[in-house]
Design a protein around this ligand. Structure first.
Ligand code: ZN
Length: 151
């Protein structure tokens, strides 16, 4: 990736962290997934309205660092209109991209997060909303954490 492109992606991430899209509750949500990353203090809830097997609407609430917030914002733009099966496929592609920096899939604006792989301590921040989304799709009302339970 050349420097110009990298800079563009950083601007996209900054823009999404400062003005997160779909940062609201979703009164008619029928699925919900929560994700926490205790190490950074990221905590988000993803609200989804799923009809049949299609994601009709998405929103999120919570707080955390710029990377996690931008990632959640990009997620809500990327996954509306997808089927639950596609969400799982995209989740795998995003997780692979965040850990390797490479992507074989057309992830749209989400590729802006590819540079995160250079900052291993930030990978959990970026992947957190995607875990919460997967929880929302597979089991309503599940809480996921990047850290294993201590007790
Ligand atoms: Zn974070």
């Amino acid at each position: 990736m050349n420097d110009e492109l990298l800079e563009l992606y950083q601007e996209l991430i900054l823009d999404h962290s400062r003005r997160p899209r779909n940062f609201r509750t979703l009164p008619d949500a029928n699925h919900r997934g929560q994700g926490t990353n205790p190490i950074c203090g990221d905590n988000y809830t993803i609200y989804a309205r799923i009809e049949g097997s299609t994601v009709k609407d998405l929103a999120f609430q919570g707080s955390g660092c710029a990377i996690s917030k931008a990632s959640a914002s990009l997620l809500t733009e990327a996954l509306v209109g997808k089927t639950c099966l596609e969400v799982q496929t995209i989740f795998n592609a995003v997780r692979d991209m965040l850990t390797t920096g490479r992507t074989d899939s057309d992830l749209g604006k989400v590729v802006a997060l590819a540079g995160v792989h250079k900052f291993p301590e930030r990978i959990k921040c970026a992947v957190l909303p995607w875990h919460a989304m997967l929880a929302a799709v597979t089991e309503a009302g599940t809480t996921v954490s990047t850290e294993a339970k201590k007790d």
